[in-house]
Design a protein around this ligand. Sequence first.
Ligand code: SR1
Ligand code: MG
Length: 403
Amino acid sequence: MSAYHPLNEQEAIEIARGLESIFTPGAHLVSREIGDGNLNLVFHISDPKEGSSLILKQALPYAKVVGESWPLTLDRARIESEALIQQGKLAPGLVPTVYKYDPELALTIMQDLSDHVIMRRGLIESGRYPLFAEHISTFLANTLFFTSDLGMNQQSKKLRVREFINPELCKITEDLIFDHPYTDADTNSFDEAIRDEAEALWNDGELHLEVALLREKFLTQAQALLHGDLHTGSIFIKPDSTQVIDPEFAYYGPMGFDIGAVIANLLLNFAARGHWDSDETARQEYRSYLIETIREIWIKFDAKFRSLWEKNGVDRISMTAPGYKDNYMNRLLQDTVGYAGSKMVRRIVGLAHVADIDQIPDPAAREHAQRLALSIGKELIKRNRKTAAIEDLIEVAQSAAAS
Ligand code: SR1
Ligand code: MG
């Protein structure tokens, strides 16, 4: 195959045909471009007769969500495939298998997960996933602990940080999450009905101080290898399986950014309930399910992370210094709360929104959900450094919903 160019469906089939461990030679293969994300081409290639299939994901040299005017590095395909391989080793069974990476075509060929659904869609359709908290807390504890200075050789970690330098994708986050929502930026996008809320964000000094502190940590703290974009659109799910995909934003950053991303997206769905429920009872029940999931994620993550630290810690003084572990876990919770809030705010007034809220057709119901999400998000950001327990975050969400 020649140098980089965006593939068409026939070319995708020819490349997939080379994976003889998946497809029998001469099989009749079918291709569908199924990419609905912001950045890449995604081909689903299958042999309908044998029932075998795979996913072929190609990075485009620009951000698909905006167009060719926003160039974007193809190196993100290397970052993504390498992160998937690392995460697959640390959290087996929770990440799709990578079959092949082709640097020239910025292409990753991986396991097909189409017997799962994208979790954002699953939540919109009121799905319940009883094993999700168990699975995602394992993914978070294992990938964050074993890539940090607490759980891996500290010299090797410095070299790993270098491999995952991801400046262009980090800049997207720095702009779209930690800057643009707080000023009248061209990239912002919001319904006119909530202009008052957007303008309030631009003029809230107390909020800006907290966002600047969270941004500083995102810019400077190489704490662990993050997924970097762990929203519910980056998770394939079914009742007995959770698969984390799409780590093209991976880099060494503050752990709370990944944990906060998961919680933020559950809370965005929490804010959107009502339209997606048949009646008030259904709404209350689904909200309770989401809150219970959030509580369970943090409690399980905290227990698993501490246990890994006890059994596999490599950093002597941090294991013996009285109070250090509790202090560390509390700072992690505070970061989680601050980043969860930041990720909620950006999805209401920034460039990229979420279907949970944008797809509410009734303008009044949508406005209500947007205002609720902003109210929770702002409060989490403002309270992040005062948080002492996951119950504090839950209280913010429940009181905002009740008022
Ligand atoms: C230009 S990319 C917009 C957003 O999509 C990705 O999923 C990230 O969340 C990014 O901020
Ligand atoms: Mg993505």
